[in-house]
Design a protein around this ligand. Structure first.
Ligand code: FES
Ligand SMILES: [Fe+2]
Length: 466
């Protein structure tokens, strides 16, 4: 790749071409948890949080009536920092001269001005639309005066609070290399390899990825995914577009003449992937640029069976980050906790057995803040990465020309985009395609909440068609 092209697809600040593309989409901007005073005691005094998104400094706040607002950070009067604002019932007040702004950016008061002043009506702070889904606040940084798209009806956005849990973490690298780790189906056989297998009685539900059993069996024996990944490390990778901007990745590991391991995941343009965590839980992970060299991953865990033990999941993950910014405890500063003895005896990488997220963190951070793609040598196993870069370059051009890029959806298109399926199964070699589809249907139909949601969306569609 040429250096200029690498710049084009990685720079996301205001005024950049890729930044304009990424501003077409709703982007996660905070967990609702970040406003919970039990997790961040400062929130008891005042619900205001400076945030940075796509290279822009913004302030996110919840007023006394519970309304969230996302405003530009410099006060429109003389530029003082609204992140230090006084949070009131109906807005955020700049402490410099007392100007107050509502969640929608309108100016409510300019108390130092003459009593008859109408300045207030002429001043406005730039504000951005917000919406809340699955415990996450999303912001839309698209051009003023244009309409925000709709979020797809993916399972992670439809599941009730009892069956969904969201968490995030910061990686010190560019957004694209963070996303590219998830559309690389070959790496789990190596990066996440355990040299011994766990007992399948271990609790896989809380993030011990690849520890759970694959659906199906090998002559009556259940295998953990990690064993399949380790023993069959030369996958056949296929991908197809199931909707504009939505790729299905099918990764086949031919085990014996009679058995094929099938892993089905999806990639939703521009930076979301959907993967199985276990037989009943899916992870949807979005990659959100803080700026060019830092990225938040947001993971949505969705259960198709039992409600999730969110307290346990949160506690386990909070142990790996520092608040309020969800910066990992491990990182470049301490060699990501690398242990050569562990690498010799227990894991392929040597960076711990419980948090596989740390393995991915090492992979994407150790490349450098922005991967130098002029020096890479892409291989057969990188075919989805190559396809995605072609889509990305084309989408950047589409937006430059004033067009609509993939996955910018209107309401009807969004309502029709459900699922997507994920599965990890050991299938009969001669009918692996039917086998995984049936297993995926069985997984989704196990969700009581999904049956209701599917019925409702069917009704809504029927009504819209009438
Ligand atoms: S700078 Fe904010 S009120 Fe004057
Ligand atoms: Fe990974």
């Amino acid at each position: 790749m040429q250096a200029e092209q690498n710049e084009l697809i990685t720079r996301v600040g205001p005024g950049t071409a890729c930044g304009a593309l990424l501003r077409s989409y709703w982007q996660p901007v905070a967990l609702l948890d970040e406003f919970d005073a039990r997790l961040d005691p400062r929130m008891a005094a005042r619900q205001v949080k400076p945030v940075r998104l796509l290279g822009e400094d913004l302030v996110l706040f919840r007023d006394g009536h519970g309304r969230f607002g996302l405003l530009e950070r410099p006060c429109p009067h003389r530029g003082a920092d609204l992140a230090f604002g006084r949070c009131e019932d109906d807005g955020l007040r700049c402490p410099f001269h007392g100007w107050k702004f509502a969640a929608d950016g309108s100016c409510l008061e300019t108390p130092a001005e003459p009593i008859a002043s109408t300045l207030c009506q002429r001043v406005r702070q730039r504000s951005y639309p917000l919406l809340e889904r699955a415990g996450v606040l999303f912001a839309w940084l698209g051009p003023e005066g244009s309409t925000a798209p709709a979020l797809p009806a993916f399972d992670c956005f439809v599941a009730p609070a009892s069956h969904s849990f969201a968490f995030k973490g910061m990686w010190h690298c560019n957004w694209l290399q963070a996303f590219e780790v998830g559309i690389d189906p070959a790496h789990p056989s190596f990066l996440h390899r355990y040299l011994q297998d766990p007992s399948l009685d271990d609790d896989a539900a809380y993030g011990r990825q690849f520890r759970a059993a694959s659906v199906g069996d090998v002559e009556g024996e259940r295998w953990p995914m990690t064993r399949v990944m380790r023993e069959f490390h030369r996958p056949e990778i296929r991908f197809e577009s199931v909707a504009e901007g939505l790729l299905r990745l099918t990764t086949l590991r031919h085990m014996t003449d009679r058995l094929t391991h099938v892993r089905v995941t999806h990639a939703a343009f521009p930076a979301t992937f959907v993967i199985p965590l276990s037989e009943t839980i899916t992870i949807t992970q979005m990659h959100v640029p803080v700026d060019d060299t830092r990225t938040y991953w947001y993971s949505f865990f969705t259960s198709f069976a039992e409600p999730l033990d969110k307290e346990a999941m949160r506690a386990q993950r909070l142990a790996c980050v520092t608040l309020p910014d969800y910066v990992p405890v491990q990182g470049r500063h301490n060699d990501w906790g690398f242990d050569p003895e562990e690498q010799r005896t227990r894991t392929y990488l040597g960076m711990g057995e419980d948090d596989i997220n740390l393995h991915d963190q090492w992979a994407v951070e150790s490349m450098g803040a922005i991967q130098d793609r002029t020096r890479e040598h892409l291989a057969t196993s990188d075919k989805v990465i190559m396809a995605n870069r072609r889509t990305l370059l084309k989408a950047i051009e589409t937006v430059r020309a004033g067009g609509r890029p993939p996955m910018v959806l209107d309401r009807d298109a969004a309502a029709a985009l459900t699922g997507p399926d994920t599965i990890d199964c050991i299938a009969p070699a001669d009918r692996w395609s039917e086998f995984w589809s049936e297993a995926a249907v069985a997984k989704r139909s196990g969700a009581s909440w999904l049956r209701g949601a599917l019925r409702e969306s069917g009704v809504a569609r029927a009504e819209a068609a009438r």
